[in-house]
Structure formats: C-alpha cells, structure tokens
Design a protein around this ligand. Structure first.
Ligand SMILES: Cc1ncc(COP(=O)(O)O)c(C=O)c1O
Length: 463
C-alpha cells in the first residue's frame, strides 16, 4: 500500500472530545489523517482493516509526539498565511445567483439565510471538478463509498455506529422531512414543534393540512431548555403523531444533551409518536461542544427516531444539489419511508450530491475543524461586542452553527421597527425572529458565516 505524503496532525485543531480520544489512541489519528489524503483513501477503505493499517503505519507516528499545532495539511488545500485555510478571504458571489446576496439592497450586508460566504473545502470542489471533467453525466447509482463515508463520519464525528442498512440518500433535509410527513401523517393530524424553531417545519406541515402544536422552549434570559414536562402533558392531551426536533437547534444554536433526548424518546415511544431529528447543523459544533445524534441515545430513540443530516451547512453546499441523508434504525419506519421516496422518484442521488458528500466526509474533516475554530472567533467577536454596547441587545452564544440569536427585547421596539432598525438604519439584512414562532418576537438572527472583517463592519454599523 502506498503511504500518503502527509502529515501535520495538530491536536489543537481537533474537536474536544475527539481530541481526547486521539490523544489516547494515536494510531487512530494516523488512520484519520490517512483517510484525509486523496486517492489512496478509497483503496484504503476497500482493502485494509483498521488494525492492520494502524500497525503498518505506526512507525510514522513520530510527528504526533512533537506537539505540532497546525491542523492536517492535505493535498490541494488552500492555506492562508496563518497556516490554515484562508477564511478571511472575501469571495466574490456576484453573478452567482446567490439568494443571500441578491435579496440585499445596495450597500446592505446580507446576514440572513443560512449559507456561508467562504469557499467550500478544497477537497470538495476538487472532487466535483474532477468528476465533471469526465463529461459522463448519465443516471448514476449510489456507490458503496457513499454509505461508508456517512457511516465513518457519524462514527468519527458523533460517536454513533450506524448500520449500513439504516442509511439512505435523501433529497435535502426539508424535502425529506416533508416526505416523512406524507408517509406517516394524514391531513388533520398533529405535529409537535419546539419554537422558536426553524420555520419550515411548521410551514410544510401546515401545507399538508396537519395541525402544528407548540411545545415552546423555556428561556431564562441566558439559555434555553426544552420544556419536557410540558411535552409530557401535550403528549397525553393530544393525539400527536410526530415531534420535529431541531438538533442542534436553529435559530439559537443549542446542543441538546443526551439526557433530555433520552427523556423525549421515552415519552414519545410510550405514545407511539415518531421523532424527526433534523441534524443538518450537527457538524458545526463549536470547539468544546459535542453533538449527540438522537437515535444514538437509547433503544427508545432508535425505535421511533428518524435522523436527517448532510454536509449542506457544514460544507456550504446548499446550491450544489439536493444533498442529505437519513439514518433510520427501525425497519418499520424505514421501509415505508424509503418506499415513499422511491414512489416520488426522490431516491436517486444526483452525481454532485454523491461526489460532494463522499469528498466532504472522507477528506473534509481538517478543513471543517479549522472552519469551526474560525467561526468561534466570529462568535466571540459578536458576543463581546454586544456585552459592551448599551442598546440593550444581548447575544445568546451558540454552541453550534454560524447563527447568532440576538435578544433585542430590551430595545422596546415592535418587531417591525426592530427589523427596520437593522435594515434601514444599520444596513444589515438579518432574519426576523418572529418567523421562528412563539418566543421569537423581539429577536433577530444574525448569520456570521463570513470573513471576520465583514462581521466587524456589521457590528460597527449597529452603533
Ligand atoms: C434546521 C434546518 N433544517 C433544514 C434546512 C434546509 O435544509 P435543506 O436545504 O437540505 O432542505 C435548514 C436551512 O437553513 C435548517 O437550518
């Protein structure tokens, strides 16, 4: 087997819990670093058992003990002067039909819809370019590598061992949740959501004639909790068929702990309620935080849960194609759901989706880890800024994602006046908190997935 030409492995760039694991298991680091190189990776997955490979590569571990502080350096990476990918670079999105930018008026800084103003990981764009350069774009099957990349990613990033048969391609998280509504509910059925929460859960449920029941989050002015006693009451007072969980939570960037998830699972299983767990922001945990996949927390969760996730947010792929996957451990849910996708001809993955997912999940980790550190710097900038100003705005520090939820209630403005303040006076296009439902009034959501200079400029405009 050909050895890769790496390796800079810096534990400082790894996510916290993973970092700990890696320090204890250096062989695993090397395997991971090896997986992050380019072409040999596929061969590696096919032919090598992890143990055999670790043994073969162990002599090269010397560099690990030297305390290098750079993250991985891989072929094709575009590193900036600081030794990392250059997230400070301002990329030109004009003429690219960017929804985020086209909707902003002249001079406004767009900080609303959840995509980032960074280049995607070089490993992803190289893989897409390489595949397109073949000019062979016919109907395409879903290859084994696709499943393995997702299984490997869930295990390495989220410590969840998913079985291959649980995993399937999905046409985007919202389309796929919509298909779950179609599979398991009828018009008139009730679906529970926990507002303030991503608005499309409600919108599509209502479009299908379902009733949406709120189990609002509890906010003490600093942090959010789920109202699990309230959920228990709702479950006994209604005949809800489904609960939609945003895990991690958008708009407030909350990571839910496994104890709360376990309780939800137990309550819902007793009532036969299906839990949809939207985990699209799972890969964007900020350093120090760890995401917990819903179905991993207990047998109850595995019995009633459907996880929807993908590299769309973390690798900034929203415009590439419908790119998502589901993980559904229980066959009794999985089979009717996959039949629904097939009947709607939504089960065939487009080439770009397959290629981007495989590249992101097998070669993109170093880039992503570096991105998370950068985002944490942006979050710090915003939280610091709002802790010092006297307008009465408070930032709720996110634990995941590039979205900052701003509590502006102390400004005493109507929602309309608040939005006007940000758009007309400050020249910032932010998301209106009210659209996330109950508890969103008096809030706005600020997307800080952009170069720090833009974040600073935006903050400067608020004063
Ligand atoms: C929680 C959540 N789910 C789903 C989506 C959209 O996912 P997709 O583009 O895969 O439908 C978003 C986008 O902002 C989101 O924040």
């Amino acid at each position: 087997m050909k050895l890769p030409n790496l390796v800079w492995v810096g534990c400082a760039g790894l996510p916290n819990r993973t970092e700990e694991v890696y320090q204890k298991k250096p062989a695993k680091i090397l395997i991971k670093a090896y997986l992050c190189t380019t072409m040999e990776r596929r061969e590696f997955i096919k032919v090598a058992s992890a143990a055999a490979c670790a043994a073969a590569l162990l002599p090269s571990l010397g560099g690990l003990a030297t305390g290098c502080t750079r993250p991985f350096a891989i072929d094709g990476g575009h590193e900036g002067d600081n030794g990392k990918w250059d997230f400070d670079e301002i990329i030109d999105r004009s003429g690219t039909w960017s929804i985020k930018h086209e909707r902003a008026t002249e001079g406004q800084i767009p900080m609303w819809i959840a995509d980032m103003d960074f280049r995607t990981a070089p490993a992803v764009s190289s893989a897409l370019k390489e595949r397109l350069s073949r000019d062979a774009l016919g109907y395409t099957m879903t290859p084994e590598e696709y499943y393995q990349s997702i299984i490997g990613w869930e295990k390495e990033m989220h410590d969840w061992k998913a079985e291959k048969e649980w995993v399937a391609y999905c046409p985007g998280v919202i389309t796929s949740i919509n298909q779950a509504y179609l599979t398991f509910t009828n018009p008139g059925d009730s679906i529970i959501v926990m507002p303030p929460v991503y608005n499309l859960f409600r919108m599509y449920a209502e479009r299908l004639g379902c009733k949406v029941i709120d189990n609002p989050l509890l906010f003490d002015g600093e942090r959010y909790r789920m109202d699990l006693n309230g959920l228990e009451r709702l479950l006994s007072d209604t005949d809800a068929k489904m609960l939609v969980l945003c895990n991690p939570h958008n708009p407030a960037g909350i990571i839910w702990d496994s104890e709360a998830l376990r309780r939800i699972a137990s309550l819902c299983r007793q009532k036969g309620v299906i839990v949809i767990s939207d985990e699209i922001h799972a890969d964007l945990t900020l350093p120090g935080y760890q995401h917990t996949p819903f179905c991993s927390v207990s047998d109850d969760a595995a019995a009633i849960g459907m996880v929807f996730a993908g590299p769309t947010k973390s690798f900034n792929l929203a415009g590439v194609s419908m790119t998502a996957y589901c993980v559904i451990p229980n066959k009794a849910l999985r089979e009717p759901y996959l039949k629904q996708l097939k009947d709607a001809k939504l089960d065939e993955a487009p080439i770009a989706s397959l290629v981007a997912t495989i590249a992101a999940y097998t070669e993109g980790a170093p880039w992503l880890l570096s991105l998370r550190e950068y985002l944490q710097g942006n979050v710090r900038e915003v939280v610091d800024f709002f802790s010092k100003q006297s307008l009465g705005i408070k930032a709720v520090p996110p634990q995941a994602s590039f979205l900052v939820w701003l509590d502006c209630r102390a400004m005493g403005l109507s929602q309309e006046a608040l939005m006007k303040f940000f758009s007309a006076q400050a020249g910032l296009l932010l998301s209106n908190g009210a659209m996330y439902g109950q508890g969103g009034e008096g809030f706005v959501r600020m997307n800080i997935g952009c170069p720090r200079s833009i974040v600073k400029e935006a903050l400067g405009r608020i004063l």
